[in-house]
Design a protein around this ligand. Structure first.
Ligand code: 5GP
Ligand code: ZN
Length: 112
């Protein structure tokens, strides 16, 4: 499967990592949309939020357990926003489930 984020998870495509363990990886977005913009992905390929089920939801719970630590490590100290785009109307461009963590500055009150 030709998936950029699987390749980042395998290490075949380099990334600027914030955190990594056996289940997840967090790295800086190539095209940041806030002062701090980190992506968190499960190493397991899940296409998007539509594909979360009872068998793989443990990976998502684990990501949310780790997000506070990842945000702190990225230098975020005053709150952040978590975004996951899904499908065409959600403007998802990479079809491997990921969570955008944005912060490091006051964000827009509008989300869309
Ligand atoms: P989406 O639009 O699917 O929610 O978000 C995909 C994100 O991945 C975009 O913000 C884009 O900048 C980022 N991105 C795409 N390719 C790469 C890459 O090879 N490396 C990194 N670090 N970020 C990427
Ligand atoms: Zn993938």
């Amino acid at each position: 499967m030709d998936c950029i984020f699987c390749k980042i998870a395998e290490g075949t495509i380099p990334s600027n990592k914030v955190y990594e363990d056996e289940r997840i990886i967090a790295f800086y977005d190539l095209n940041p949309q806030a002062k701090v913009h980190v992506l968190v992905i499960p190493k397991l390929h899940i296409a998007c939020a539509d594909e979360i089920n009872a068998d793989n939801s443990g990976e998502i719970a684990y990501i949310f357990e780790k997000i506070p630590q990842i945000a702190r490590k990225a230098g975020i100290t005053n709150g952040y926003r978590i975004i996951s785009n899904c499908g065409d109307d959600g403007c998802q461009s990479v079809k491997h489930l990921h969570f955008h963590i944005i912060g490091g500055e006051k964000l827009s009150e509008k989300m869309a």
